[in-house]
Design a protein around this ligand. Structure first.
Ligand code: SAH
Length: 509
């Protein structure tokens, strides 16, 4: 029988993906299904190997699944005869704090579905902490009250404003961006000193964190001017004044920026670390998948035909991977000369124990790579690559006196894009979009046609090399960031330089 089917109600933490609990992270790594909504850090979703990932948050068109639909979905997943065993319901912050996690747990309990709750770091504590505010402090505040600022019709009367105002405790409201004016008015009417320090923290613990600080009297106006948007918490009380000393001392230069990287599945890039260190939120999206398909026969035929004097030029990690697999399947004699066009490709080939020629110096083109590898014109050059690759490289090599032999090794297919990523691309709520290949550009435009219509001065587009940039241009997207050498590390450097320029556009409205 094995493990019984279980629903895990997991708190994802307030936004910084590292703030999930160890237990929560383990469950994300081992679940069969991940059910999540919009406040959950994207990194936790993309790094989960779950076979099924179901987004139940707000979509592009503003549609939201009702709470009932969500509980039905959880119970249905858990009771389907051949359904998944481990169902993780990932919720922002703590699942039982203003997250309706209690309702989901009750629904499981009623349906006889085993469930486990994994608490999380709640935004009402974490966002103030990152902004330099301890919610309690000896001699200053002996308690803290969390309350909802979601004041649906008539709800204002339901909160004990006078008691809140006179408690002497720190007050923290969730879901209270639209209602901050009413909240502060009610509190003052209830007797709270208008000069009490008050603060709003938006997108706490994420690279997008920003805050406004004032008093109960001035906060609503300040928040309006600063265009504070959800998700944000409001903190009211003397503890807010501690932010002057405990607030972020060393803001990361690119905090608040988001960069979307469109890449092929099964690829990961350590080269992104400098962007993350600078405070940027990097959303990695696998937008294309490389499949061997019909081309697998061509791959084996090619491998079998290769002699030790042949030269094979690789410019994509997928080509290197499929070549390596075909090589292992056919297992011919001594290896031909393998030339790698990038460090990633070299590492992939070395993973198959091949000897590889690779030099750091070359620039963009195939000819340049071959010259640096000491391959003279006249030689036959095998080019394992995507079936959709254009004929430019073949033409250029022929013009230079080489004998190019393209071999379509794999097909590049678009991967379905989750709604939240689609919405990120369609609405321009990102500062930069990076393309790692022409097929990534095509898949992105297919998934989010509005990408090409976004105001060019609001989003910075980057391409790993001139070929990718040319595909983008053909689809109406102008890439301003193109590194001298077509490498992810160089693209990241170029983007960092560009984004750090003092004249940097103000991206988000
Ligand atoms: N269960 C969540 C709260 C869900 S209600 C938790 O424990 O944190 C959603 C509200 O949480 C938002 O309207 C906002 O008030 C608050 N919130 C969530 N994430 C936030 C963040 N990163 N920064 C500030 N407030 C946040």
């Amino acid at each position: 029988m094995g493990e019984p089917k279980t629903v895990y109600l997991v708190g994802a933490g307030p936004g910084d993906p590292d703030l999930i609990t160890v237990r929560g992270a383990q469950l994300c790594q081992t679940c069969d299904v991940l059910v999540y909504d919009s406040l959950v850090p994207q990194e936790l979703v993309s790094s989960s190997p779950a076979a099924e990932k179901i987004y139940v948050g707000k979509t592009d068109g503003g549609h939201t699944m009702s709470q009932e639909e969500i509980t039905d979905l959880l119970v249905d997943l858990a009771t389907r005869p051949d359904g998944p065993r481990r169902i993780v319901r990932l919720k922002g912050g703590d699942p039982y704090v203003f997250g309706r996690g209690g309702e989901e747990a009750l629904a499981c309990q009623r349906a006889g579905v085993p469930f486990e709750v994994v608490p999380g770091v709640t935004a009402g504590v974490a966002a103030p902490a990152y902004a330099g505010v301890p919610v309690t402090h000896r001699m200053i505040s002996r308690g803290v009250i969390f309350f909802t600022g979601h004041l649906a019709k008539g709800n204002v009367e339901h909160l004990p404003w006078q008691q809140l105002a006179q408690s002497g405790f720190t007050l923290v409201s969730y879901m209270g961006v639209k209602t901050v004016e009413r909240i502060t008015e009610q509190l003052m009417a209830g007797g709270l000193d208008p000069a009490t320090p008050a603060m709003m923290v938006q997108e706490g613990t994420t690279p997008g964190q920003r805050s406004v600080t004032g008093t109960v009297e001035t906060l609503a106006e300040l928040a309006k001017k600063a265009e504070i948007r959800p998700p944000a918490v409001t903190v009211i009380g003397k503890v807010v004044s501690l932010a002057a000393d405990l607030g972020p001392q060393n803001p990361r230069p690119l905090a608040g920026k988001t960069v979307v990287l469109l890449k092929a599945e099964e690829s990961s890039y350590d080269e992104l670390a400098p962007l993350r260190r600078a405070g940027t939120r990097v959303v990695e999206v696998s937008i294309v998948r490389c499949v061997a398909g019909a081309a697998q026969r061509d791959a084996r035929a090619m491998v079998a035909a290769l002699g030790p004097d042949d030269v094979v030029l690789f410019r994509s990690a997928a080509a290197a991977r499929f070549f390596g697999q075909a090589w292992l399947a056919v297992n011919p004699g001594p290896q031909p000369r393998l030339v790698a066009g990038s460090r990633t490709v070299r590492d992939t080939l070395r993973g198959f124990d091949f000897d590889v020629s690779f030099t750091e110096e070359h620039t963009a083109g195939a000819v340049d790579i071959l010259r640096h590898a000491g391959v003279d014109p006249g030689a036959p050059i095998w080019l394992p690559r995507s079936a959709s690759a254009g004929d430019r490289t073949v033409r250029v090599l022929r013009d230079q006196g080489y004998d190019p032999r393209p071999v379509p090794l794999y097909d590049t297919l678009p991967v379905p894009v989750p709604n939240d990523v689609r919405s990120l691309l369609s609405t321009g709520r990102t500062d930069a979009v990076l393309f790692l290949s022409g097929s990534c550009v095509e898949a992105a435009v297919a998934a989010a046609p509005r990408l090409a219509d976004l105001e060019p001065n609001r989003i910075l587009f980057g391409a790993v090399g001139p070929l990718t940039a040319a595909v983008a241009e053909g689809l109406g997207i102008h890439c301003e960031v193109i590194p001298d050498r077509p490498r992810v590390g160089d693209l990241v450097d170029a983007l960092l330089t560009r984004m750090s320029e003092p004249t940097q556009r103000q991206i988000r409205p």
